[in-house]
Design a protein around this ligand. Sequence first.
Ligand code: ASP
Length: 318
Amino acid sequence: MASSHGYPFEKRHCLSIADFHRPDIESLLSLGEHYLDLSVQKSSERSVLAGKTLVNLFFENSTRTQKSFELAGRRLGADVINMNVANSSVKKGETLLDTAATLNAMNPDILVVRHGASGAPALLSQKVECSVINAGDGMHEHPTQALLDALTLRQAFNGDFGGIRIAICGDIAHSRVARSNVQLLNMLGCDVRLVGPPTLIPSNADRWGADVFHDMETGLAGCDVVMMLRLQLERMNGAFVPSKREYFHFYGLDRTKLGFAKPGALVMHPGPMNRGVEISSDIADDPDISLITQQVETGVAMRMGILHALSDAQDGIA
Ligand code: ASP
């Protein structure tokens, strides 16, 4: 299955978009699409991961990503274990590598890791026998979010990524979603922009392969898609914006600012949303323009596709 699109997916881990080439991405997106179609038909393929164990190891809080992986694993027939790190030995002082050794001894097949430190999943991947999926590491990467966003866009634009101009707006500096998305959307041929106040855009962002704008009017001009990001207050040392009210005034997406984009422009947000800070409720809840619910639904299917591809690669099914 993982090779049914003419290219064998042979990667052992899913740690960073930078590790993939376009054919890997196409294989993953096609598998994700396959599961999206299946879940629309309300059926599942419980044999794909039968007998395999998936461990969700989340050192940072998560609602949608953890549940999404849990559901994806179960729908494919895996045994799924959620490690509640808050109550685990990690809180008692165990190091990341000791945790890895303990987990390794339990012989999981796939480890899904979220950690506050950039690079933690990559480090773990060197210490365990199983496949590791990065479910978000610090400000570094969130590759499965970028893949599900790409699949959502592929559905919305009938596969034609080349025609899409997309503005990623808000707190770019602290966002792993932005870092993964810029790489992936560039690889797929989209025209990517970054929009936000100078304090929230890294000084080297112009070298990421995206045009940088500091005001919504010019940044959103001609855009087909506007992706809003949350102010990641938990990663900020000090104040990066004068106040949330002022931030919404200049950068929060409302009808007026959406009017700067192309007529009919679509809106995305990885969640969790802060309504009235980076996005107004009437935009977030308008089913004609908001893809936010589709992103969540597509997330489960995309993660099923990723799990399937890694499992086939483990089994040498190419
Ligand atoms: N859920 C995304 C992440 O884990 C975005 C966010 O938290 O704002 O990075």
